[in-house]
Design a protein around this ligand. Structure first.
Ligand SMILES: C[S@@+](CC[C@H](N)C(=O)[O-])C[C@H]1O[C@@H](n2cnc3c(N)ncnc32)[C@H](O)[C@@H]1O
Length: 215
């Protein structure tokens, strides 16, 4: 709206009582827009995922990707990113020699974007982006796992990882640490920090502690 139109509108509204119906329409319009953005762009494909487990797309920045990869340095084998977004971590892992490099993601737009980014990087068909619910995939053959998720789901994720991952697996969490595990190492500062956890050490410390206490 240009300034003159705004002035005209202000002049028109000046002294006029606020119409409740207009306000309701504005509120409904704003709510509807927010819902359409949420359901249609940010979270399509999430209908079957309980609301409390839904984590929106917030891509890792270049520094975060670098920190995550630094904690996987010297390792090899299968790498998976749980909730792979636009596929950037998977792509970087592939470039650094992890085979296979796999991302699990439910948002079909992000899966398309991931394939496009892989194609642009000359890696189309070499990395895998799977339309799967991360809570339902079997992780028993994964040696390297990355997670950039929300704090609200991390405790539940700890349980899944502990049950399914092999002893030699390493989990790297970005942005938020796993709440009950002690990291083996970390990289970066503030919001860019990443934490590495070795499953064997986590299991060991769980055995050393009394039943019911955090790992
Ligand atoms: C915070 S973003 C991180 C994206 C990417 N890992 C990165 O670091 O750039 C979390 C991603 O997880 C995806 N996601 C959330 N819950 C999921 C689920 N149950 N199964 C698969 N993907 C999920 C979201 O769609 C979103 O793209």
């Amino acid at each position: 709206m240009d300034p003159e139109d705004a002035e005209e509108l202000a002049a028109e509204l000046h002294g006029k009582p606020v119409d409740v119906w207009d306000l309701l329409q504005i509120a409904a319009g704003t709510g509807l827009t927010a819902y359409v953005v949420w359901a249609g762009i940010l979270m399509p494909g999430f209908r079957k995922v309980p609301l409390k487990l839904q984590v929106p797309y917030v891509p890792a920045n270049a520094n975060q990707v670098e920190n995550v990869m630094s904690l996987l340095k010297g390792r090899s084998g299968k790498m998976v990113d749980l909730g792979s977004g636009d596929g950037r971590i998977v792509l970087e892992a592939y470039k650094q020699g992890f085979r296979p490099a796999v991302g699990y993601e439910l948002n079909p737009w992000l899966l398309r974007l991931s394939s496009y980014r892989a194609w642009k990087a000359g890696c189309y068909g070499k990395v895998s982006y799977c339309r799967d619910d991360l809570w339902k995939v079997d992780l028993s053959d994964c040696k390297n796992v990355t997670v950039f998720l929300a704090p609200s789901v991390l405790q539940l994720l700890e349980r899944k990882l502990l049950v399914e991952l092999p002893d030699e697996a390493r989990v790297v969490a970005g942005r938020f640490p796993l709440p009950n595990w002690t990291p083996t190492s970390m990289a970066g500062e503030g919001l860019n920090r990443a934490w590495a956890y070795d499953i064997k050490t986590v299991r060991q410390s769980k055995q050393d502690r009394p039943e019911g206490s955090p790992v």
